[in-house]
Design a protein around this ligand. Structure first.
Ligand code: PMP
Length: 383
């Protein structure tokens, strides 16, 4: 069949072959993957909300009241009062005038960038931005200028060299594979000085950074023009969202193709997300516990010789060669710890890593156990 078999062979020979692993228990700190009980150190369910009793109950209540599927796209019959309620909550949480729910964070990025930008636009994009931003840029047909990762000087030089009439700067706020945080205040400054829109992807920042988990606006006390996020990580549900002023949101409702041409999210996941925001509004203890686990894990890793300092729960151990990363991950699995090896094309070739994440539900004992096992295994795998 064409050259699919050769392509697959190439993927396997280069240690880039991926296989799906199946969970048979809730996504919590201890779960069952492919029949094996493991300590999960790779979930984006950072606050444990996807298995929170209030969140689950809200989803059950919505199914009882509304049924399962939404039955239509957002602009036909698929929008429920619940969608409107959640959009209001998200806008309030993020301190924006308005919000719009998309079906995934991926669809939000693709939809927003392709709706706003066209051939006349310059898009300044961090080299480590998420694939959904990259795909949105491609779809928009805008002129994409990639700047060095979180390098403000490189960004400013590139903006000044082009001096575009129309443009946007777009960045992840917490980078998904490195866990570092973009210099958003400087990005806003460059945006204002050069009359460019600014957009951040808060997929890994929402519920995570800032005292109350509100994301980069709380962490830095400053606001971009467009905030994109997902409900599928710390919020523990599914879906994506965009926040901005009323005009931007109104425009996106009319123009973002990934919003218009897809069936709306189920009332169950929407009501679950509403419950998650209520949990966060009333109590920041989960966010505080997450942040204290991040510090504890980083300190432990430094004690065993890794130069690691993260403020987000994404804590990668860079291994480099793909086969070594896979071996490290497999050995951890034998010890009952699941941390997948992340390889090309998710990260650059030769930059394979264990992408470790910590959750609010982990205890310090769990973290100690992980550090001990990493320390034991690293002696076998020459790094
Ligand atoms: N942006 C970033 C930075 C992400 O890491 C992800 C998910 N991996 C997304 C967007 C897409 O979000 P979703 O999973 O809701 O499609």
């Amino acid at each position: 069949m064409f050259d699919i078999n050769n392509k697959l062979k190439f993927i396997k020979e280069n240690n880039l072959y991926r296989e799906i692993r199946y969970l048979s228990m809730p996504q919590d700190k201890v779960t069952i993957i492919d029949g094996r009980r493991v300590l999960l150190m790779s979930s984006n369910n950072y606050l444990g909300l996807c298995n929170h009793h209030k969140v689950k109950q809200a989803a059950i209540d919505a199914i009882k009241e509304y049924g399962l599927g939404s039955g239509g796209s957002r602009l036909t019959t698929g929008s429920y009062d619940l969608h409107k309620k959640l959009e209001k909550k998200i806008a309030k949480f993020k301190g924006c005038e308005a919000a719009l729910i998309f079906n995934t964070g991926y669809m939000a990025n693709v939809g927003v960038i392709s709706a706003i930008c066209n051939e006349d636009y310059y898009i300044f994009s961090d080299e480590l931005n998420h694939a959904s931003i990259i795909d949105g840029c491609r779809l928009s047909k805008g002129k994409v200028i990639v700047y060095k990762h979180n390098d403000i000087k490189d960004l400013e030089d590139k903006v000044k060299a082009i001096n575009p009439k129309k443009g946007i700067i777009v960045t992840d706020s917490v980078f998904s594979m490195d866990g570092d945080i973009a210099n958003i205040p400087e990005i806003i400054r460059i945006g204002k000085e050069n009359n460019l829109l600014t957009m951040v992807d808060e997929a890994h920042a929402t519920g995570v950074i800032g005292n109350n988990g509100k994301g980069s606006s709380e962490y830095f006390s400053c606001d971009v023009d467009i905030t994109v996020g997902t409900l599928s990580k710390a919020i523990g549900s599914e879906g994506g969202f965009v926040c901005g002023n009323k005009e931007i949101i109104d425009y996106l409702k009319n123009k973002a193709r990934s919003f218009i041409f897809s069936t709306a999210l189920s009332p169950a996941v929407i009501n679950g997300a509403i419950a998650s925001f209520d949990v966060l509004k009333n109590d920041n203890s989960l966010v505080r516990k997450l942040q204290s686990n991040v510090s504890y894990l980083c300190k432990g890793l430094r004690n065993i010789g890794f130069d690691i300092n993260s403020e987000s729960p994404i804590i990668p151990i860079i291994i480099g060669e793909e086969d070594k990363a896979v071996e490290f991950s497999n050995r951890l699995l034998e010890e009952g710890i699941y941390i997948p090896a992340i390889r090309y094309p998710t990260v650059k070739k030769g930059k394979a890593r264990l992408r470790m994440t910590v959750m609010a539900t982990h205890s310090y004992e769990d973290i100690d156990f992980v550090i001990q096992k990493i320390n034991e295994i690293k002696k076998y795998i020459k790094l």
